[in-house]
Design a protein. Structure first.
Length: 242
């Protein structure tokens, strides 16, 4: 019978290596994009290595577009370029859809760049349960450098200010929204090195009895003028978030 300790264990004499007590680190070292905040169980991982086949692309406004970009990526060889429209809703969207998840803490994380004419990046988790549609929404307002969530009435509520960040296509930022769909309340939001706890804050809903049940995880890049292109990569959707 074989004996010994596993390669990732912390027990046993070692000189040139150190055992891993967290297999999340082991996975990241092997190339997983679930690296920034490792809580939750992964449901969707997308670094666009398979192109734009997984998300629905929704360009909105004049000359808006969503394209696959090579040679300008955070993880792997490709990322998505989101070009906002110059009129109308002035945005470009990615949308990941799936049947209903077991109600729990759900998360959407992605890594992004900021264009000089970016108005905002938006994180959205939507649940259509056959009776109502529920929307958990956080926006990073680049014009005013604030974070806002949409409250139970759908109104924006500012929860962080003074969040200046470099506007440069070579500089990546990461944000993650977590919301608990068992009680329909926000849990937290992460932007780069900072975390905001948002317990007890309900998100909004409207009656939607004609929608068949499903989940949607949405990413918006919104512009201020012209057709700014910013980049999105390393999309992670999770469930069972603590």
């Amino acid at each position: 019978m074989p004996h010994g300790t596993p390669d990732w264990g912390l027990v046993g004499p070692k000189t040139t290596t150190y055992g891993l007590d967290d297999l999340g680190e082991h996975a990241v070292r092997l190339g997983s994009i679930h690296m920034w905040d490792r809580r939750g169980d992964t449901v969707i991982l997308d670094n666009f290595e398979q192109g734009l086949s997984l998300p629905v692309q929704v360009p909105q406004g004049l000359n808006a577009d969503v394209i696959l970009m090579g040679g300008h990526a955070f993880a792997g060889a490709f990322c998505a370029g989101l070009t906002a429209g110059s009129d109308g809703l002035m945005r470009a969207e990615l949308e990941y859809t799936h049947g209903l998840f077991v109600p729990s803490g759900l998360g959407i994380e992605f890594t992004f760049t900021i264009h000089a004419n970016t108005s905002e990046w938006v994180w959205i988790i939507t649940q259509y349960d056959g009776v109502d549609e529920w929307w958990a929404v956080v926006r990073y307002d680049i014009v005013n450098w604030v974070l806002q969530y949409e409250d139970a009435l759908g109104a924006p509520e500012t929860f962080a200010t003074g969040l200046q960040a470099r506007q440069d296509p070579r500089v990546w930022h990461t944000g993650k929204l977590v919301a608990d769909f068992s009680i329909h309340q926000y849990v937290r939001f992460i932007l780069n090195d900072r975390v905001w706890s948002l317990p007890g804050r309900a998100f909004w809903s409207i009656p939607a009895p004609l929608f068949f049940p499903y989940m949607a995880f949405r990413i918006y890049h919104v512009g201020t003028a012209g057709n700014p292109t910013a980049y999105c990569d390393a999309v992670v959707v999770t469930q069972n978030e603590p």
